[in-house]
Design a protein around this ligand. Structure first.
Ligand SMILES: Cc1cc2nc3c(=O)[nH]c(=O)nc-3n(C[C@H](O)[C@H](O)[C@H](O)COP(=O)(O)O)c2cc1C
Length: 311
């Protein structure tokens, strides 16, 4: 069973990937989407999104990081994919799932699921451009406003030469409102020869098991749950719903996160609060910590607070 850390813009950035792959056992992660319009992006943009490129395309824990692109210009997507591979990307993923209005308005992300022939053209352009040993994959939803083209899109991705497809088991219209329709992945899996990775609303080991039964998919991509409960991959692999990481270990992870190579202190404080806010849904200790740090603006104050909380 493969477990993949989901791309999440503003959430699974390089610092979070470092922390989550340090504790979790992911087969690979995917960068936040890199938007391609009409140029080949300069190297510093790649190194911002994916500093792991400077380290053999892997996080410090040794987990490969695939580079994800979003766009609708086949030549530019191909040229950027070539550049990413030259810089050390071990694989390229293409985003056909993003629901953001601004992105969709510019014909990027999930809106392209209404045009399976465009999906095919874009994946093929990238597949043809990069060396054959570099996997090209795609991530899609069940559809944009409806599920009329689910199978067409899946076939378009396969026929374009993708090595696998990850499917978030909802349409764009369904957004992030539970449930995810894991059973809707079954026909896709049955129709394709390439691997289908299931994604959406897997929060616990029990969910992972249920998703695998309903979808028939072996492999899973985990997003928000990896941030909320960083031991989820261990729980899935060991088939338990009991926590496998202590609060003290989680505090050590938080300190690792806060010591990460941030650019602006205020952004990092915000990111940390976002994370502790997500964790407080699950850990009572995180809820208490949230109450203590919510008004703190300085990173060193937060780190000190964590160090004193640590037993
Ligand atoms: C804050 C946020 C940002 C996201 N950014 C991306 C992205 O950059 N690329 C992408 O393909 N999906 C993105 N997604 C979708 C996730 O990869 C995933 O498909 C979705 O969260 C469902 O999985 P989950 O229920 O395990 O979180 C994002 C989701 C969230 C919540």
């Amino acid at each position: 069973m493969k477990l993949v850390l989901a791309p999440m813009e503003g959430l699974t950035d390089p610092i979070m990937r470092d922390v989550l792959t340090h504790v979790g056992s992911f087969d690979w992660c995917v960068t936040e989407f890199i938007r391609v319009t009409d140029s080949v992006l300069p190297d510093h943009v790649y190194h911002n999104y994916c500093p792991e490129l400077l380290h053999d395309g892997k996080t410090a824990a040794g987990t490969p990081v695939h580079v994800q692109f979003l766009g609708n210009n086949p030549e530019m997507l191909a040229a950027n994919a070539i550049r990413a591979v030259e810089l050390g990307a071990p694989a390229i993923d293409m985003n056909f799932g993003c629901p953001a209005k601004t992105v969709n308005r510019h014909r990027g992300g999930s809106v392209l699921l209404d045009e399976p022939e465009v999906v095919h053209m874009l994946v093929k352009a990238v597949r043809d451009a990069v060396p054959s040993h570099i996997p090209v994959s795609a991530k899609m939803r069940l559809g944009y406003m409806d599920r009329n083209f689910t199978l067409e899109n899946a076939h378009a991705i396969e026929d374009a030469g993708a090595a696998w497809v990850t499917v978030h088991a909802r349409t764009k219209a369904e957004g992030y409102t539970p449930p995810a329709f894991w059973d809707q992945l079954q026909p896709i899996r049955e129709a394709l020869k390439i691997n289908v990775i299931a994604n959406g609303e897997i929060w616990t080991n029990a969910d992972a098991k249920q998703c695998r039964v309903e979808s028939g998919c072996e492999d899973l991509m985990i997003g928000r749950a990896a941030v909320t409960t960083p031991d989820i991959t261990q729980c899935i692999r060991k088939n338990t719903d009991e926590p496998l990481i202590s609060w003290d270990e989680l505090l050590a992870l938080q300190i690792r996160f806060l010591n990460g190579p941030y650019k602006k202190e205020i952004n990092m404080v915000g990111r940390y609060k976002q994370w502790i806010g997500m964790m407080s849904k699950h850990y009572p200790e995180a809820k208490m910590l949230w109450d203590e740090v919510k008004r703190v603006k300085r990173l060193d104050e937060i780190i000190e607070k964590l160090n004193t909380t640590k037993r």
